[in-house]
Design a protein around this ligand. Structure first.
Ligand SMILES: Cc1cc2nc3c(=O)[nH]c(=O)nc-3n(C[C@H](O)[C@H](O)[C@H](O)COP(=O)(O)OP(=O)(O)OC[C@H]3O[C@@H](n4cnc5c(N)ncnc54)[C@H](O)[C@@H]3O)c2cc1C
Length: 370
């Protein structure tokens, strides 16, 4: 039995540690406030042999059952500017810092580059794992490097950008070779002192706005913002859209988008347009929709919104027992209270099968299943 590690909890409910609010248990749980505490776990002959899962705020995970191992909840703090010149700063941030609080800090200091990523739930340490992105901005664009500790050997390593294999909602750490191998302790980001405003994002849809359109520009107009826009204006616009469109994790259990947006050829996209003439698409490596996609090569790949396909099939607002699809967003599965992992998994597989049957598209999970 373990003997060196203090504050370890056994048979511990993870209900407050996953935003779905699933009442699953882990054999052991420990909160990590300092990276050195990890070495106490590694020195413990019993604990070091356990399966280990690293958890931030659990905003992107789906526990499919109780976890027979050790869950490490990361709370490592600290925000420090480690490099600065006239154009930019490099900020080093503890993995357990809250992502939205970091964005707010940056906006308050007029450091640009992450304002479009406001209000994404979760921790800074998880941001590189899924390469978070929203409203025209990608985490990887501001990323410099991160420090991590190997879970098996205790080796400390700094990962440069080229080693992280960032892709759309993917990285070395999520489903690549580094999956479940590393504890990320610190992340470094380059933020600009001469911010470039990105208000390009727009989407057509029938989900939230009576005006049937969500765009940063129309949101800025609604908020009475005038040019030249500031990063605070963008931040306010993103907050305003997100608060209207997405469920509040404190009130309704969910983990954001369940599926990734699928990549299809332009030819396939044109087939889909015959079924839904206002289906949008955007370049495979960007987040803003095309104004006009006619110029695309037939073999070129584009991304299409999975939520729209699900919406077309009537999934938005559908409820099955204690789980359902959020009424304002067809990509978000919600726990109305007391749901089990199986109920969520069952709903997800029904949604996936329906999209495959009707559109011939195999949706991939965005969530991390454990
Ligand atoms: C309402 C809602 C809206 C969302 N909107 C967006 C969005 O717009 N864009 C977007 O990209 N995502 C979005 N998400 C998903 C989620 O917010 C992000 O994936 C976020 O980065 C998860 O952070 P977390 O701390 O909760 O990570 P967790 O869910 O705790 O962990 C996610 C993964 O990262 C690993 N991990 C976490 N911390 C560490 C660490 N320190 N070291 C090593 N591995 C680690 C975990 O093992 C797991 O594999 C949304 C989620 C919700 C609930």
């Amino acid at each position: 039995m373990h003997n060196q590690v203090k504050n370890i909890k056994s048979n511990y409910s993870l209900k407050r540690h996953n935003t779905f609010g699933l009442d699953v248990k882990s054999r052991y749980f420990i909160q990590l406030n300092y990276e050195d505490e990890f070495y106490e776990i590694l020195a413990d002959k019993y604990l070091s042999k356990q399966n280990i899962i690293i958890l931030g705020d659990g905003a992107n995970v789906l526990f499919t059952r109780d976890f027979d191992g050790l869950v490490i909840g990361v709370k490592i703090k600290g925000v420090k500017i480690v490099e600065e010149n006239q154009s930019f700063i490099v900020v080093e941030v503890g993995a357990g810092e809250n992502w939205h609080e970091l964005v707010t800090w940056a906006v308050n200091h007029n450091y640009g580059g992450i304002e479009n990523l406001a209000l994404i739930p979760g921790t800074v340490g998880a941001a590189p794992v899924q390469n978070i992105a929203a409203y025209g901005q990608n985490f990887e664009d501001v990323f410099v490097s991160l420090d991590a500790i190997n879970l098996k050997t205790g080796l400390k390593k700094t990962f440069e950008k080229s080693e992280c294999d960032f892709d759309y909602r993917e990285s070395f750490f999520k489903n690549g070779k580094g999956k479940r191998q590393w504890l990320i302790t610190k992340v470094r980001l380059r933020l600009s002192k001469k911010p470039v405003i990105n208000a390009s994002y727009f989407e057509t849809g029938r989900t939230v706005d009576s005006k049937n359109k969500i765009s940063i520009i129309s949101e800025l107009n609604n908020l009475g913002k005038v040019k030249p826009f500031t990063i605070r204006d963008i931040y306010d616009a993103v907050l305003s859209i997100r608060l209207r469109k997405l469920p509040d994790i404190k009130k309704l259990g969910n983990a954001g988008s369940v599926f990734k947006n699928p990549l299809v050829t332009k030819r396939k996209y044109e087939d889909l347009l015959r079924m839904d003439s206002s289906l949008q698409c955007y370049p495979a490596n960007s987040l803003s929709y095309f104004e006009d996609s006619d110029s695309l090569d037939q073999n070129e790949y584009v991304k299409i919104p999975a939520g729209r396909l699900l919406d077309n099939l009537g999934w938005r607002g559908k409820r099955i027992g204690k789980v359902g699809v959020y009424e304002k967003h067809a990509l978000i599965v919600v726990n109305y209270g007391g749901a089990t992992p199986d109920e969520i998994l069952n709903l997800i597989s029904l949604m996936k099968a329906d999209v495959y049957e009707n559109y011939g598209i195999n949706l991939e999970l965005e969530l991390v299943t454990i």
